[in-house]
Design a binder for this molecule. Structure first.
Ligand code: C2E
Ligand code: MG
Ligand code: MG
Ligand code: MG
Length: 282
């Protein structure tokens, strides 16, 4: 029937197609094009030690500008990449890009890369990580992998084995967005994390509300008692920084120190720090 009604009907159908679905289709095909045509990029956000007040790591964050739709947030495109399976390819891409960038940084600065739980479904994840390190000539001890607690990453033996294999390479493993998942605590028991990153939603009113500060403090103590490094994400103000410091957090990341910046700006920041340290010790 649709055929006999001709081309007009097809256009009518297209126009009536759910706008969300249309956007979704554009993003799906767009991601494939971006991967094939160097359309993806990476920014780095410094992570600062509260013991030394210097940059000790930087998190690699993926960026994508769609030719028609403009910049797309990873919050929107990562779930699509997970559903279509292209996450394996773009996940490998950012591991390569991040390792290559970090190889140009001072030895004591690590790079953190986000891993999707979907990437754990492929046993070649370890080979992908190893290959990124080898190609970039980056020591595994300089790589951190961030994993968000998720229903998709059940505490199965195979997931545990993969995490242990990642650590066996010499890389570190961080639990991302700590506190937001519904089973954060059982996750800590199931998996051997080196580090917890306290979600930025917990920074909101730590400087003004005693309850919020108490929760933050308890999360930091928990990490300390488990022998883990603790990172406060989303620190935007001097007041938040003061609280996080007083509560004994190990590291901070957030707009107060720096937003995510491109690779050249990251190198410039590390150079500037090096020369100011040189002056301090001179
Ligand atoms: P995330 O791993 O928790 O990364 C931190 C996010 O918080 C980043 O958002 C960063 O730009 C933002 N942020 C940092 N400091 C502040 C601050 O002070 N205030 C506020 N309001 N935000 C801050 P971004 O880059 O939009 O990434 C969002 C999420 O997308 C990431 O959360 C991560 O879960 C995911 N993502 C990004 N890149 C990748 C990737 O390469 N692979 C995977 N699997 N996921 C990625
Ligand atoms: Mg992260
Ligand atoms: Mg996070
Ligand atoms: Mg997040």
């Amino acid at each position: 029937k649709a055929k006999s009604e001709g081309r007009g009907t097809y256009h009518f159908f297209e126009a009536g197609m759910d706008a969300t679905l249309q956007r979704r289709r554009m993003l799906e095909t767009g991601l494939h094009d971006a991967l094939a045509n160097e359309g993806l990029s990476v920014l780095f956000q410094p992570i600062v030690s509260l013991e030394t007040d210097t940059i000790v790591a930087a998190e690699a964050l993926m960026r994508w500008e769609h030719p028609v739709l403009g910049p797309i947030s990873p919050v929107e495109f990562i779930p699509i990449a997970e559903e279509t399976g292209i996450i394996h390819a773009i996940g490998g891409w950012i591991l390569d890009a991040a390792a290559k960038a970090a190889a140009q940084w001072p030895q004591h600065v690590r790079v953190a890369v986000n891993l999707s739980p979907i990437q754990f479904k492929r046993p070649d994840l370890i080979a992908t990580i190893r290959s990124a390190l080898e190609t970039a000539k980056l020591d595994a001890s300089r790589l951190e992998l961030e994993i968000t607690e998720s229903l998709l990453l059940e505490d199965s033996q195979s997931n545990l084995d993969l995490l242990l294999a990642v650590r066996g390479l010499g890389a570190r493993v961080a639990m991302d967005d700590f506190g937001t998942g519904y089973s954060s605590l059982s996750y800590l028991r199931a998996f051997p994390f080196d580090k917890i990153k306290i979600d930025r939603s917990f920074m909101a009113d730590v400087a003004t509300k005693a309850d919020s500060r108490a929760i933050l403090g308890a999360m930091i103590s928990l990490g300390q008692n488990l022998g883990m490094t603790t990172v406060a994400e989303g620190v935007e103000t001097a007041e938040q920084l003061a609280v996080v410091r007083a509560e004994g957090c190990t590291q901070v990341q957030g707009y107060f120190f720096s937003p995510p910046v491109d690779g050249a700006a990251m190198v410039a920041m590390l150079d500037a720090e090096k020369s100011s340290l040189g002056r301090r010790t001179a």
